[in-house]
Design a protein around this ligand. Structure first.
Ligand SMILES: [Zn+2]
Length: 177
């Protein structure tokens, strides 16, 4: 078996968190914060459960890390690993918390991320290094599987409804006769 790189090892931890979300019916995205080669905080997308627009994996992990260090400014050398390219809100949170390096797995397909632009904008006088495509295949496979099973469920639901409507219609016609 291929030996995992340091980055792949931590991405695997983020994937574990993503799968926890999956088991709760969430879009499976996971994140971990690493400090001095240890995972110090975890998070996974909980948007559906909490009905909060901000309940992204990265936000959860950053909040937990801040609580742990009792500081909004994370200690120097903190890294964030996330299975999907961060959205602008999460990039903003990383900059605000002074995360030094961000590693993400799958690339956001629809160009809705401003990852590099925000990393380079130096908005808060803080430079964050961003590395994309870590364990990309594994990270996108988890998302692809989720979305295709969701589409399948929606299709089945639609067919069930159609059948139910049809039998109602038949009942109705029979009554008419
Ligand atoms: Zn986000």
């Amino acid at each position: 078996m291929k030996r995992l790189t340091r980055e792949e090892k931590f991405m695997r931890e983020a994937l574990k968190s993503a799968k926890k979300g999956l088991s709760e019916g969430e879009v499976p995205i996971g994140a971990v914060i690493v400090y001095e080669n240890k995972v110090v905080a975890r998070g996974y997308n909980r948007r559906a459960k909490l009905q909060l627009a901000s309940a992204h994996a990265e936000m959860m992990a950053i909040d937990r890390a801040c609580k742990k260090f009792r500081s909004w400014r994370l200690p120097e050398g903190c890294e964030l690993y996330v299975t999907l390219e961060p959205c602008p809100m999460c990039m903003g949170a990383c900059l605000n918390a002074r995360v030094d390096r961000i590693f993400f797995g799958a690339y956001e397909q629809k160009g809705r991320s401003l990852t590099s632009a925000l990393a380079e904008a130096n908005l808060l006088n803080h430079k964050t290094e961003v590395v994309g495509g870590v364990s990309e295949h594994e990270c996108s496979a988890v998302l692809t599987a989720f979305f295709s099973s969701m589409r399948q469920r929606q299709k089945e639901e639609k067919e069930r409804k159609k059948l139910a409507e049809k039998s109602e219609e038949e009942n109705f016609t029979q009554k008419e006769i």
